[in-house]
Design a protein around this ligand. Sequence first.
Ligand code: ATP
Length: 281
Amino acid sequence: MDSITLKAPAKVNLRLDVLARRPDGYHELRMIMQQLDLGDEVSITRVSEPGIFVTCDRDGVPDGPENIAWRAARALLDRSQRSDGLAIAISKNIPVAAGLGGGSSDGAAVLLGVNQLLGLGYSREELMQIGVTLGADVPFFVYAPVAVAEGIGEVLTPIAQMPELWMVLVNPNVPVSTAWVYKNLQLTARENGDKLPRSFADLAEVCAIMANDLENVTIPAFPVIREIKEQLQNRGALKAMMSGSGPTVFGIFADESTARAAAADMSTTSDWFVTVTRSIA
Ligand code: ATP
């Protein structure tokens, strides 16, 4: 095998509680994260020249060592004391700096792909341990399509049951710095978060737990997010919420056709990025 192509899915946070600030600057979180059918495509090819060569088809995404995909490949080659040549081509479909975890997912895809391509034999747990050194959300993308994530995001537990979720994602094309959001946040005021269910029978149960503490920071700075939430709800979303540190908003719809109708309507009346996607299992 000389090359491998993987899909690197986007994620949304169905829940994001910020529990505490840690002395090291990270935050204790409690999240429910769900991967989506929307994803980047990551192709990894063995080349004869030693080194890691990353290319990406999206302006504004770094090509070289600043790309998390490059760092993921470097970490695996170093750990396994290999000096192979790897060309990594990223075809970007996930909006960048959008709260959809695109960079972290590309990094996880490289860990999984290089492990397979070079026959390194690392377990999922080992890849997750390497992943957390690259970014707090990377282990989740190695772990499972839906999970509870605690600690800084690396303590993962399964969600036993989740209904299929049809969603409309709307991104107003304003980049939001995750670091800025975390610097300006207030800790959660929610009680009983530790009683969050680990199994969801229907959409009503999912909508009932949806909440994101980071909305309190991002929405005042970018009021367009509130407008998008209202527009999604006016077009039939059962619930609409910002994902991660934003600015992408996702609306949960009862079925594919209502999601597509809402998306068609919103893309003709705005110049936002609007797409229909669904959860993966
Ligand atoms: P999160 O939801 O985890 O906060 P995000 O959607 O806010 O993620 P990303 O799209 O992952 O943010 O990227 C944030 C920054 O990381 C970008 O501005 C970019 O410079 C850098 N970056 C490095 N590697 C990548 C990559 N493979 N894809 C996208 N951005 C990358």
